[in-house]
Design a protein around this ligand. Structure first.
Ligand SMILES: [Zn+2]
Length: 130
């Protein structure tokens, strides 16, 4: 029941991702997401700047073998400066963890973010306010 997975992220954490994406725009930003998976629910709790992140125009890469062996990393977030929120074939081929978050220009509200599983299927994202 992969598609039944829901994901939640705190409003302020999401704003931090948007802010980072705005700063690097028009280059892509990429971040690791730390969190917890309980049954069918994933809670994103923290952002981690990946080691040796290579911010390029068109594709943000991380060297996967350089990633910390850290099982609390549940996925990645990166920006699409074009505003297109669909994952590219490269995004799905370089999948890390269980969720892939894409934030798109103009990086401002819930319409600027989507989250996918390994199959490229969109998951429900709850934005929580604390
Ligand atoms: Zn992408």
């Amino acid at each position: 029941m992969e598609s039944a997975i829901t994901v939640s992220i705190d409003h302020e954490l999401l704003q931090m991702i948007f802010e980072g994406a705005r700063q690097l725009h028009p280059r892509e930003t990429i971040l690791l997401l730390r969190g917890k998976k309980k049954k069918n629910h994933i809670t994103i709790s923290e952002l981690v700047v990946p080691p040796l992140a290579n911010y390029g125009q068109g594709f943000a890469q991380i060297r996967l073998h350089m990633l910390p062996m850290d099982f609390s990393i549940i996925g990645t977030a990166h920006s699409h400066p074009s505003g297109n929120l669909s994952p590219s074939p490269a995004d799905l081929n370089h999948f890390v963890g269980v969720v892939l978050m894409i934030v798109g220009f103009p990086f401002k509200d819930e319409k600027s973010v989507t989250i996918y599983n390994r199959d490229g299927e969109e998951l429900a994202l709850q934005i929580t306010k604390t």
